[in-house]
Design a protein around this ligand. Structure first.
Ligand code: XMP
Length: 319
């Protein structure tokens, strides 16, 4: 009889057998896959695991604090919280091309991870939250024609470069099973139901140059938008929702004054797997109230638009 409790026990045994007395490192993003991977491996081998959480400076409001606090308070695991925001934001100065942004971030992520991994004596394994669909996708696509629309950011390429072996305890699971396993492991519901968040973070929600000023405005607008979604009980109906700050300022009027501030776009989609998506059909009341709140509460934005593009032809992210 297959149960999640049984899977958990079996996975723990397998991890112990595979790893022996060696050290494992794990890139922890706070997403459900990497979180469940880390917690499971921590249960199996405890002190032999070190997790690295990289603050790229491209995370959402309070995200680094919330993720590291949750792991420190609820799980007794070795966690390095690496604030590398100066490095990432410095490298992105003047960069406007979406692919260059992605590649820059991907390269720096590997560099940073490499740096911290080198500090761990006897690291032989890298833990990854690879799921079953990732496994079949890479098989069924091999040899076929391949079109790269966006270079995806993950830790791919890292194991070979560093001579690490992979530990992938979620390889047999689908996303809903990973969530069930997360519940079994006591991961808080708010982490289990979290919307996906891309590796390159807010950089790809900031078309044009990424600056600290724009990131700050974007973070504040995104926080108000998500608060609205939660207050209206819509979070779990939506696959993913976020704000993009547009590289354009527009004229507005506030009180007796003229404003000249950024425009932003709200995005919300429904999807099963992220491969195709429909825009979410908010009511006009919701959109109006949200626009008013963002303009009143977020300094630097004076115009709000709603992106009604589905995928295809649009992608979910703006870059
Ligand atoms: P697009 O924008 O291609 O996104 O329609 C589909 C889904 O993938 C996420 N996404 C990423 N996730 N690294 C990730 O881990 C990336 O580089 C990346 N780019 C897009 C996106 O947020 C959406 O859920």
């Amino acid at each position: 009889d297959w149960t999640m409790a049984g899977y958990r026990e079996q996975a723990i045994q397998q991890i112990r057998e595979q790893v022996g007395d060696k050290q494992v490192i794990c890139a922890l993003s706070g997403g459900v896959d990497s979180s469940v991977t880390a917690i499971l491996i921590n249960e199996a081998i405890g002190d032999q695991l070190t997790c690295v959480f990289v603050d790229t400076g491209l995370l959402r409001k309070n995200e680094a604090e919330e993720v590291t606090r949750m792991f420190r308070e609820s799980y007794n695991l070795n966690l390095i919280a690496a604030d590398e925001s100066d490095l990432f934001l410095g490298a992105l100065e003047g960069v406007t091309d979406p692919e260059v942004k992605r590649k820059t971030i991907g390269r720096l992520f590997i560099e940073v991870f490499d740096k911290y991994a080198a500090q761990i004596d006897g690291a032989e394994f890298l833990a990854q939250g690879t799921l079953y669909p990732d496994v079949i996708e890479s098989v069924s696509f091999s040899g076929g024609p391949s079109v790269t629309i966006k270079s995806h950011h993950n830790v791919g390429g890292l194991p070979e470069k560093m001579g690490l072996k992979l530990v992938e305890p979620l390889r047999e699971l689908f996303k809903d099973e990973v969530r069930a396993l997360g519940r079994e492991l006591g991961l808080p519901e708010q982490f289990i139901r979290r919307h996906p968040f891309p590796g390159p973070g807010l950089a790809i929600r900031c078309p044009g140059e990424v600056t600290r000023e724009k990131l700050e405005i974007l973070r504040n607008a995104d926080a108000v938008y998500l608060d609205q979604i939660r207050k209206h009980g819509l979070y779990d109906e939506i696959w993913q929702a976020f704000v993009a700050i547009l590289p354009v300022r527009t004229v507005g009027v506030m009180g007796d004054g003229r404003t000249y501030d950024y425009a932003c776009a709200l995005r919300a989609v429904t999807s099963v797997d992220g491969m195709t998506a429909d825009y979410y059909p908010y009511t006009h009341e919701f959109l109006g109230e949200t626009a008013t709140r963002i303009i009143n509460e977020v300094q630097g934005i004076n115009r709000v638009t709603y992106d009604i593009t589905s995928k295809p032809p649009g992608t979910i992210e703006w870059e």
